[in-house]
Design a protein. Sequence first.
Lengths: 198, 198
Amino acid sequence: MDTRHNILTAAAVLFARNGYDKVSMRDIAGAVGIRAPALYNHFPDKEHLYLESIAHVLQGKAEALARAIAGAAPAWTRLERYVACLARIFTEDPDALRLIQREVLNGDDARLRTLTDQVFQTPFQDMLDLVQELSPGRDAHLLAISVMALVLDHIELACLRPLLPGYRPEHDDPEVLARHVCTLLRAGLVDAAPSAPR
Amino acid sequence: MDTRHNILTAAAVLFARNGYDKVSMRDIAGAVGIRAPALYNHFPDKEHLYLESIAHVLQGKAEALARAIAGAAPAWTRLERYVACLARIFTEDPDALRLIQREVLNGDDARLRTLTDQVFQTPFQDMLDLVQELSPGRDAHLLAISVMALVLDHIELACLRPLLPGYRPEHDDPEVLARHVCTLLRAGLVDAAPSAPR
DNA sequence: GTCTATAAGCGGATAGAC
DNA sequence: GTCTATCCGCTTATAGAC
């Protein structure tokens, strides 16, 4: 019965899958069962509706990550929990990841800064602290980006991977992904050393 | 003097930075110094122009990667060359990467398959063979995706990284990125082992 | 091959009745 | 709050002169 809430969730799905320009106010209204002008009773214009729908979807994702990394467990355990949580969140809600991708591609400086401050800042800082603890001598920024990239890029390529050689359906399982990423982070490409590196 | 070539390169830049819908035929024509209807002397419609501009930009990128990985050098050396080449190509031409990102986000199944067959297939297969040689017991598909992700996601986030803690300008240097990725692939997060994992 | 003029349609947004 | 009716600008694409 909360029309405003219905609009935001319906709009987020449409924007995530089709992009801002390919979704008309008529499309959004149709998905909620009303007419386009009624949308203007809830939002001043299309851009405000779009920005609020992003915030609506990303709400709570950052908190879930913060919980995963918190606590007094050893750093490696917290990293494993973080990676598993990240993989699970965006595998279960790929539209959220698509919205972020579109925003990174299209957002101007101001919007990227807002998104960073409201969503990315805290989880990234947590990851930064974690890798600094695990690997004090290395560049923490590069490492934190790499951890995010390993998890998120894999999910972002969900449409493409089935077309590439070696694909198997279990690659889409977030737990399989998380284990793979943690193994790679633990020991690199060659874990044991059957063919000695160098 | 080759109008068709000028159109394709100008259109690719516009499409990469603004997206398909935000670029009008007038915009493209304006960038080349002609009027919109003149475009239809060279391309049947906007979509054909778009698809040809992508192909025009991605032309040659796959070959460069193939050259980097070829030869009789040790597998690790070839991997290092591949990573360095990948980082260099897309740091120097970020518009090409943006076009790929947009295509992955928006492309339907048919277009993704075409793009895969014409551009991604060979470089990915090369990488697949390489990691299979380096790490026979592991899942080659997951590993190949991870290598790509480590390089490409870092470059894709060029707009966002300066807003995140720990950023330094040298992170945008493709050689710095390549060294970082290779170090990570060689030994994982913790190279020596000051705090024993587990 | 490029131009001007124009067709035909869709987009966001508003006015005003209910 | 939602509706119908409508405005107006911009878009792709075509027609036909040069």
